[in-house]
Design a protein around this ligand. Structure first.
Ligand code: HEM
Length: 150
């Protein structure tokens, strides 16, 4: 029961994180491209500030629930991690490091650009955020495909 509750928490966190990236990448950004740079950069900044803060919580919950499940299964001793769990843990940690870079380095660059109404710098920061979010989206999809098809 506890294990299932942890798995539910894990999956809900992943849904918020990966689902939010799909929405931002495939639906929000193409529609926002129609707007003038000041409006587009300000809109994307407002969305990303809120989304990336929520992802911070999702990352903590996904990591702690994942580690807790590993802890529960390994408690009996003689445990060796299945290959798909190793794959998920390795790529999951990489996704979290990329998220940390986006949140700590790129979002502050975007914050500064918006505060100074420097729209070209804001557009540049957004383009970098987009590339790293695409990378995380690919990694997240790879994890989901591997753990569900393995
Ligand atoms: C370091 C981070 C992570 C750790 C330690 C971790 C660990 C785990 C563990 C122990 C399970 C339970 C597996 C089972 O009971 O069969 C699980 C399930 C799952 N995880 Fe992760 N995980 C991490 C990150 C991620 C990420 C980033 C994703 C997707 C983007 C992900 C997607 C899933 C999915 C879809 C399941 C359900 C698999 C199933 O029930 O067959 N995990 N995770």
């Amino acid at each position: 029961m506890l294990y299932n509750a942890l798995k539910l928490l894990h999956l809900l966190s992943i849904i918020v994180w990966v689902g939010g990236m799909v929405f931002a990448h495939f639906f929000l950004r193409p529609a926002a491209q129609q707007l003038e740079p000041p409006l587009r950069v300000a809109l994307m900044h407002g969305v990303l500030q809120r989304f990336l803060a929520a992802v911070g919580i999702a990352v903590v919950l996904a990591l702690t629930s994942g580690l807790a499940m590993i802890g529960m299964v390994s408690m009996g001793g003689g445990f060796s991690m299945p290959a798909d769990w190793n794959f998920m843990s390795g790529l999951g940690l990489l996704m979290m490091a990329i998220y940390g870079y986006i949140y700590l380095a790129l979002l502050s660059r975007l914050d500064n650009a918006v505060a100074q109404a420097d729209w070209p710098a804001g557009a540049q920061a957004l383009a970098r955020i987009r590339s790293w979010v695409s990378m995380n989206l690919l990694l997240g999809m790879a994890i989901i495909v591997v753990v569900l098809l393995w």
